[in-house]
Structures are given as structure tokens and as C-alpha cells.
Design a protein around this ligand. Structure first.
Ligand code: ZN
Ligand code: ZN
Length: 370
């Protein structure tokens, strides 16, 4: 089967034939139908975040279960699944207290690019192991993942839309609805209107937020934010965003969400909240980056916090988001700018790097044999 392999940062992915083992205990074989191109992949590709190499990237995947390994009870062949970027074991203290995206088993998967719970790799090229980004590796016709990395979803929802819920879109929706937990009438500023930011706009709208302020440097993205529910837009290349937020709200927003991973924007987001307000950093900055805040602002009761995939409970929230989409209440398909084939993956990253697209999708029209 074909996969897009990264051998070293800042080189094009190579589309080549690779070997994939059968699923082992608690694992499933998935035929990938669609996978989103996420900015996190780009961070690893550019070497801004370290990744074990060689590696098959891609993590916003959706597809059909083809085969299950021993002990799999939650899924069967034919089930439609979305891959969850944050693995959850179900047993650790975080999982037990209902915060599955904080699972202690998650970091080893993320940093080692292996299957969860010490599972190693199932992908090979000429007998040499290939790593699986986030234990998922969706830039491939097939993949083997842990059953708990898959979320069963309804069979009538389009793969090219639901795949987005594996990572960025859930992060944005959840950052607004769970981490901020914005209540009807409260104000929110969203910095960065890519896939995560626009999803945060939609989440804020769904939650009944009052003033929703979208900040970006591209008018095209700002008009999309407006279409998806923003009441005000601020082009940060033309206006100073903190001052503008103050002008709109009088005293600052109740919540600000940073969705870019830019340290200067993080400072702006923190400065734009009111006394006692909450700033959420959802963006992924390069490893080692630092940002500054004026500590006196903590004396104003301000909070700053992170979020892992929007603090969602994937097995519950992702099917709900899909129902909302299918009922016409959450227009996720509007985030899709373009479609590519696996062979065009480098082109897709080039377009993403230039800021030309919000989300693009790789579709696998007809998968070959494993
Ligand atoms: Zn856990
Ligand atoms: Zn992602």
C-alpha cells in the first residue's frame, strides 16, 4: 500500500509502497477514506517540533474498519471511524476524572510516534520501521491504530468532513465550548482564523456568545469568520487588535482564544481580556518558544490556560458535533478550501504554508491492497 513518508525535515514527503503489519491486540486496521492537512503536521515537517524519523504523518483521518485484532470489543469491520489525535487509555486518573485528552499515555505516543501503550510500529519500508505520527499515520491508504484511537461515528456522514473532527476542528469547538465554557451573552475574541480559529467562532456561536470578535491579517479569512458567526472582525495588519477589542467591548472580552501559536499574538490575546477574564492558548508554538506577560495583570484576576484538543471527550463530543453538522447547525464543510490526492500532499503543504487555505483534505478514492 502507498504512504507519504517523511525521511527528514524540510524535504518533500515521498509517496512510496510500504508494508503494514496486521493489527495486534486491541488494534484495528483502517482503510483511510479522507484525511485533513493540519498545521501540526507542518510543524514537524519544518523541524519546528521534533519527530522520530522516518515517519508517516497525517492525523486527521477517517475511514472504515477492515479488520480487528485480538481483544477488540468496541469496533467491528465495516464501522466508520474518526481518528482521535489525543489517545486516552480509559484507566489513568485523568481519564477516570473525565479529562481524556490529558491522558498520561498520550505524551509517549506523541513524542515517540509509536502506537499507544508501548505498542511500537506496524509500518515498515524494506524491513526498516516507519513511525506513526501520533500513533495514527493517516497519510496512507491503510493504517493500524489502537482501538481507543478510533471513534465510531454514524455511517451516513461524509468522511471528508468528519475527518476534520479528529484534531483541529474539535480543538477550536472545544476551546470555546469547554475550555472557555462561554455562556450566552459573554464576549469572546478569537485570534487567528484558520481551521482552529474558525471552529472556535462556530463553537462560540453555538454556545450563544454575545460579542464574537475575530482577529486575523487576511480579509478573506475574516469574511469567512463573519459568515460563520463573528459579529466583529479586526484586521491586525491594519488595526491594533488589543485597542480595537477594548473599543468594541469597553473593558475587554470575557475570553480570548489564541489559535495561531504565535508568541506575540498570545500576549495580545492575554492583554485583550477584561479583569477576571480568561485567555486560552490553543495554538502550537515551536518547541522552545517563550512569551511574556506583565505579571501585574494577574493582580487583575486574569487567567491564562492551555487546552489539549479543546478538552473534548471524543467518544461523546465528536458524534454530537457530527449530528450537529448533519442537522445543518454546524457548517463544518465551509472550512474545506480544497481537495488533493495522496500524490499531491506536498502541494497541499505548500498551499497551507502560504496561508492560502483554511483546511484541505486528501481523499482516497480507491485504495489499493494492503
Ligand atoms: Zn488515560
Ligand atoms: Zn492536527
Amino acid at each position: 500500500m502507498k504512504a507519504a513518508v517523511c525521511y527528514e525535515p524540510n524535504t518533500p514527503l515521498r509517496i512510496e509502497e510500504v508494508e503494514l503489519d496486521s493489527p495486534q491486540a486491541n488494534e484495528i486496521l483502517v482503510r483511510i477514506a479522507a484525511t485533513g492537512i493540519c498545521h501540526s503536521d507542518l510543524h514537524f515537517l519544518k523541524g519546528e517540533m521534533p519527530a522520530a524519523m522516518p515517519i508517516v504523518m497525517g492525523h486527521e483521518g477517517a475511514g472504515i474498519v477492515e479488520e480487528v485484532g485480538p481483544g477488540v470489543t468496541s469496533l467491528k469491520p465495516g464501522d466508520h471511524v474518526v481518528m482521535a489525535v489525543a489517545f486516552s487509555c480509559g484507566n489513568c486518573s485523568y481519564c477516570r476524572e473525565g479529562r481524556p485528552t490529558m491522558c498520561v499515555e498520550n505524551l509517549p505516543v506523541m513524542s515517540g510516534a509509536v502506537l499507544p501503550v508501548g505498542g511500537g510500529t506496524r509500518l515498515h519500508k524494506d524491513g526498516k520501521p516507519l513511525h506513526h505520527l501520533f500513533g495514527l499515520a493517516s497519510f496512507a491508504e491503510y493504517t493500524v491504530i489502537h482501538e481507543r484511537s478510533a471513534i465510531k461515528v454514524r455511517n451516513d456522514a461524509p468522511f471528508e468532513v468528519v475527518c476534520l473532527l479528529g484534531c483541529g476542528v474539535s480543538t477550536g469547538l472545544g476551546a470555546a465550548m469547554n475550555t472557555a465554557a462561554v455562556k450566552p451573552g459573554e464576549s469572546i475574541a478569537i485570534f487567528g482564523c484558520g481551521g482552529v480559529g474558525l471552529s472556535a467562532v462556530m463553537g462560540a456561536k453555538l454556545a450563544g456568545a454575545g460579542k464574537i470578535i475575530a482577529v486575523d491579517m487576511l480579509d478573506r479569512k475574516l469574511s469567512m469568520a463573519k459568515e460563520l458567526g463573528a459579529d466583529y472582525t479586526v484586521n491586525a495588519s491594519q488595526e491594533e487588535p488589543v485597542g480595537k477589542v477594548m473599543e468594541i467591548t469597553g473593558s475587554g472580552v470575557d475570553y480570548a482564544i489564541e489559535c495561531i501559536g504565535n508568541v506575540n499574538v498570545m500576549s495580545q490575546a492575554f492583554s485583550s481580556i477584561r479583569y477576571g477574564g480568561k485567555c486560552i492558548v490553543a495554538g502550537m508554538a515551536p518547541l522552545g518558544a517563550m512569551f511574556s506577560v506583565a505579571p501585574f495583570e494577574f493582580l487583575l484576576g486574569k487567567t491564562i490556560t492551555g487546552t489539549v484538543q479543546g478538552d473534548i471527550r471524543g467518544a461523546i463530543d465528536i458524534p454530537r458535533y457530527i449530528d450537529l453538522y448533519m442537522d445543518g447547525k454546524l457548517p463544518l464543510d465551509k472550512l474545506i478550501s480544497s481537495y488533493y490526492t495522496l500524490e499531491e500532499v506536498n502541494q497541499a503543504f505548500e498551499a497551507l504554508g502560504k496561508g492560502e487555505i483554511i483546511r484541505s483534505i486528501i481523499r482516497f478514492p480507491k485504495a489499493g491492497s494492503k
